[in-house]
Design a protein around this ligand. Structure first.
Ligand code: ZN
Length: 368
């Protein structure tokens, strides 16, 4: 099992526990930063330990965090962290947070899964373009042109621009008027980059609590790609199977984005009988997404296996809000490889013409 042998993830979890055990936010912040530094390491942390029991310097990792790492390397636990938890009086909350870190991969494990030739599933070379990202038009920091240049650098042929819809004003959701302006800009760029790169006019629509999607069918018809994703009721243990089935049954929806809406160590996301949701997605032809944002990893490899069995199509996306986050797609590809998703079922791996045909076909489908 990749997740259990992931020492970097284990160490990061201990450092997050230590952060949660601090009285001051500032001290907590330092341990969180150390945890992130370990999660982002490109090599297994074992390889940084010397035979004399010392540890190579890791940027943003202070002496106390170093001590936790050395303890974890020796025992896979940390008395330092356990003592701090006991003293904090916050043990129950820390225990709860521990349950919210399962099947997250560290960067080192992502790279290992990409390299592992014994895994079936899409490779970096199979991956032709990214279908969920945010630009300066909503809550992202990257311009459309930067996305094109970043995509070309990664040898992509296309990217889907999926800024938030008006249903999510908190994330700068686009009015229909602003969306029309964005489309004019995309048309201009697509003419300029013709034959080299293609931007796809998309949206990240919001799945409301009742399962309806926040744009009318006429509004959705102005878009080439509709990603529908949940952004509310993400902490409730109540079953939301009906909500998610309603979303994937909505005509015009192409991708079920970050299906759970979980966040590393803090938010469990939607609870549902996912087998039934995947059956409904397979029946309507909607692709289910593996969102590669390291804090999301939503779905992960274990959950994706059930979607493989249900016969689903898949989208592997970065959910990037900046150009240097386009690499988050690699996290999604790693999970897809661990889940054994055949590349042919991944819409990002299809030739552009096939993808565009599928987008059109899904747009004209009627309710099931
Ligand atoms: Zn989202």
């Amino acid at each position: 099992m990749p997740a259990t042998s992931d020492t970097n993830a284990l160490v990061a979890a201990l450092l997050r526990d230590l952060a949660a055990a601090q009285k001051s936010t500032r001290a907590g912040w330092g341990y969180k930063r150390a945890a992130n530094a370990v999660l982002e390491l490109e090599v297994p942390i074992e390889s940084l330990a010397g035979p004399d029991g010392t540890l190579a310097k890791i940027p943003n990792v202070g002496p106390k965090s170093q001590q936790v790492i050395l303890e974890a390397l020796r025992t896979r636990g940390s008395p330092t962290v356990e003592r701090a938890i006991e003293a904090s009086g916050n043990a129950a909350d820390i225990q709860r947070r521990r349950t919210l870190r399962s099947n997250y991969l560290s960067r080192s494990q992502v790279l290992a899964a990409l390299r592992d030739e014994s895994l079936i599933g899409p490779t970096i070379e199979d991956y032709r373009g990214d279908l969920q990202m945010h630009s300066t038009w909503s809550d992202g920091g990257q311009t459309l042109e930067e996305i094109i240049e970043g995509g070309i650098e990664r040898e992509y042929e296309f990217c889907g621009i999926t800024d938030h819809s008006y249903g999510l004003p908190i994330a700068g959701g686009l009015s229909m008027e602003k969306l029309a302006k964005q489309h004019a800009e995309i048309d201009r760029l697509n003419r300029r980059y013709k034959g080299r790169f293609r931007l796809i006019k998309g949206i990240e629509a919001n799945i409301r609590a009742d399962g309806s999607v926040d744009m009318t069918s006429d509004e959705r018809a102005t878009l080439e790609l509709v990603v529908a994703a949940p952004h509310s009721v993400l902490r409730s243990p109540s079953d939301q199977t009906a909500r998610m089935i309603a979303a994937v049954a909505t005509p015009g929806v192409h991708i079920l984005g970050h299906p759970r809406g979980r966040i590393y160590g803090s938010r469990p996301g939607v609870s549902a009988r996912w087998n039934e949701v995947f059956d409904a997605a397979a029946q309507s032809g909607v692709a289910v997404e593996l969102d590669g944002d390291p804090a999301r990893q939503d779905m992960d490899f274990a959950m994706a296996q059930a979607a493989v069995e249900a016969g689903c199509l898949f989208a592997l996306d970065s959910d990037a809000h900046a150009v240097d986050q386009l690499s988050y797609a690699e996290t999604a590809i790693a999970h897809a490889r661990l889940a054994g998703i055949p590349a042919d079922r991944v819409i990002n791996c299809w030739p552009l013409e096939r993808l565009l045909d599928w987008l059109v076909q899904m747009r004209s489908r009627t309710a099931i």
